[in-house]
Design a protein. Structure first.
Lengths: 147, 264
């Protein structure tokens, strides 16, 4: 059954007409055209579809996607470090990697390798960018200059 | 730079570690022709400070055209050479028949391998060093440390080359210890054809990896000394891991991946 509902996405209130069982990824990509969040495995095993969910928002859930994560302090530092180290190879998993890395830095401002491996366990990368991801997260953690 | 449009001229397939050498040699030819035209226009024009000098003495440095005692912005020099410059270049590497280019436009790309030429062999070189730990009870293999070294001629972009080598090393670890396409023999179908079921490493499976790029100048492979590095990062890693496992356990494993049940 399709139902009109309201979602707060990247600070904007969006109205979507979505079936009850439509996954958020479909809403983002197919209904709202926000294709920065990727479809990988379809069952939350690879992490390409990672977004942030803020349960505290009033009147529904507030979603932050890769399109707006750069507006957060941690997200901006992560994106800057990613570019400086040219972490990306093919890029497909990187939206998810950046979302998980930003969430990690928000919770744990100075993570060690074990923290990183644990927090990033749900994001797989087929190109093998793991070593640079760890390096970039540490660089982002110590970056004082970024906005 | 435009790529990936069928309106553009044909280029070699992305395979066989041949793209860097194929593209860079022909791009270099086109750039050299443009450079010659800009330099010739600079020395021919009577209003130019380079007038009458030897065009071969002019250099292109940091967006400038530079002579012995004068330099100017390249935008000025390009304007003098005709405002809009186009060059067309073709390159057939030594060892391939001249008709290779024509055949490529008909979907028959000819590829040069390291052993194609009579006079020299033209391979890239690499070696992997791996330290593993094998759990005493569960026999799980964990890679603790990897050092990989490569000599592959002229490196065009050291940052992306470093990443390519490292990605190859990680793919090698993955095929040594994790990956396998699992066949259901009753139905003759692969059962793990997706990113959820197919086992590849996560962050915690990949240790610190040190990539050493050994400088190598090879003037004979081609005039730029460029060799392909697409695949060499993975080559040899299975053997390095299997040797490390043998060193740790005394057991020779000859089937991949090396999963715990093979070491019990």
């Amino acid at each position: 059954v399709s139902q009109n509902r309201t979602l707060t996405i990247n600070g904007e209130v969006k109205s979507v007409d979505a079936p009850d069982d439509m996954p958020l990824l479909w809403v983002l990509r197919d209904l709202l055209g926000m294709t920065g969040t990727k479809f990988g495995c379809g069952i939350a095993q690879c992490g390409a579809c990672t977004v942030h969910l803020d349960g505290n928002a009033v009147g529904g859930r507030a979603v932050t996607t890769i399109e707006a994560v750069g507006n957060t302090a941690a997200g901006a530092r992560v994106q800057k470090a990613w570019l400086e180290l040219e972490v990306v190879q093919c890029g497909y998993c990187q939206s998810g990697q950046i979302m998980s890395a930003s969430a990690l830095l928000t919770m744990t401002p100075a993570p060690n390798d074990t923290d990183i491996d644990a927090a990033m366990a749900g994001n797989i990368c087929r190109c093998g960018t793991y070593v640079r991801i760890r390096e970039a997260i540490k660089r982002a953690a110590t970056d004082q200059d970024a906005a | 730079v435009l790529m990936g449009d069928s309106d553009l001229p044909p280029i070699m397939i992305a395979g066989g570690s041949n793209n860097a050498a194929s593209a860079s040699l022909v791009v270099a030819k086109a750039c050299e022709e443009l450079r010659d035209r800009i330099a010739k226009a600079a020395v021919a024009s009577s209003s130019s400070r380079f007038h009458g000098t030897d065009p071969r003495s002019l250099e292109f440095v940091d967006g400038k055209l530079k002579g012995a005692d004068h330099e100017e912005a390249l935008t000025v020099a390009i304007e003098r050479a005709g405002h809009r410059l186009e060059a067309y270049a073709e390159n057939v590497p030594d060892g391939l028949p001249p008709k290779s280019l024509e055949e490529m436009t008909h979907g028959k790309p000819a590829m040069l391998s390291g052993a194609s030429r009579k006079d020299v062999t033209a391979y890239a070189f690499g070696a992997h060093f791996v330290e593993v730990g094998v759990h005493r009870r569960t026999r799980e293999v964990r890679v603790r440390r990897v050092v990989s070294a490569f000599a592959a001629g002229t490196i065009i972009n050291s940052m992306t080359a470093h990443s390519q080598f490292m990605g190859g090393a990680i793919w090698g670890l993955s095929s040594a210890l994790h990956e396998e396409t699992e066949m259901d023999r009753q139905t003759a179908r692969y059962v793990n054809t997706n990113l959820a079921d197919y086992l590849i490493p996560v962050h915690a499976d990949v240790p610190d990896i040190e990539i050493i790029m050994v400088p190598e100048k090879d003037d004979r492979v081609n005039r730029l000394g460029v060799k392909g590095i697409g695949e060499i990062g993975i080559v040899g890693m299975n053997a390095a891991v299997a040797n490390a496992v043998f060193n740790a356990t005394g057991t020779r494993i000859r089937g991949l991946p090396i999963r715990p049940e093979k070491l019990l």
